[in-house]
Design a protein around this ligand. Structure first.
Ligand code: C5P
Length: 248
């Protein structure tokens, strides 16, 4: 386990707020309202495609840390180059697909380490997605994967950790299994967090913040259940208080 991962696990559970918007000013207004030292800001495909690296720069200008969630999945050479550029942007961490295979994951690890060394910056955290939390046995079968979901998740997580990633993106419901099977030396990031169940949700495997933390998650990703509330700042404070990262 790297020193950074040890530090992170000692720090306790954290929250990444998904800036799933198109407009840079809208993203900035969210960033400005939230405590930059208490949360991470997740930039995903929507904001990055619309605004590019300026989204990362804006977060950094406000003293925030960016988790770049582009879920890289390509030939090893291409992913290596993309990870180098993301590291150059100064992101706190980034995501990639374990399904890309061991060679791709190893190339990403090497690229992040070497670029950070060249720039004299901290090494970004790499998180591997196993099976997206929007998928279940039915949608997996549709794409030809008939291995039980839990077996695929465990297999992909093991592959990614052996390639040197720092953490796994997984459903809260899988966190317990991952911790039991693979130990405590890695981070678990869990999307699919809901403060209460939402009918017709596209996230098929969901849990509350406390359920996810009890299951062994280190970092919760929350988008719509924060941004779509009447008072996103109050919702973030409520979640942080639940996680114990704020003194009430
Ligand atoms: O709005 P919601 O809380 O469902 O947003 C979850 C965020 O986490 C989205 O930005 C989504 O892209 C991301 N994510 C996910 N499942 C994964 C990895 C990332 O939902 N396996």
């Amino acid at each position: 386990m790297s020193d950074d991962v040890i530090q992170r696990r000692r720090f306790g559970p954290g929250l990444a707020v998904a800036l799933d918007v198109t407009d840079l000013l809208e993203a900035e207004s969210i960033v400005k309202q939230l405590p930059a030292d208490e949360v991470l800001f997740k930039v995903g495909k929507q904001l990055f495609v619309a605004q590019g690296p300026e989204a990362v720069a804006m977060i950094r200008r406000h003293g925030g840390r960016c988790l770049l969630d582009l879920k890289f999945f390509d030939i090893p050479h291409t992913v290596e180059k993309a990870v180098r550029e993301a590291t150059r942007l100064g992101v706190w961490g980034m995501t990639l697909h374990a399904l890309g295979g061991g060679e791709m994951l190893t190339a990403a690890r090497k690229a992040a380490d070497s670029m950070a060394r060249e720039m004299g910056t901290s090494v970004p955290f790499l998180f591997a997605v196993t099976i997206p939390t929007s998928m279940d046995a039915t949608t997996l079968k549709e794409v030809g994967i008939t291995t039980p979901l839990e077996v695929s998740v465990l297999h992909l997580a093991d592959l990614a950790l052996k390639a040197g990633v720092d953490g796994i993106v997984a459903s809260p419901l899988e966190a317990t299994v991952l911790r039991k099977a693979l130990g405590g030396d890695f981070l678990i990031m869990t999307p699919g967090i809901r403060l209460s169940p939402q009918p017709g949700d596209d996230q098929k495997r969901v849990a509350t913040p406390m359920e996810a933390i009890s299951a062994g998650a280190d970092l919760l990703v929350m988008g719509r259940s924060i941004l779509r509330t009447d008072d996103p700042v109050a919702t973030v404070r409520e979640v942080l208080t639940q996680l114990g990262t704020l003194v009430p």
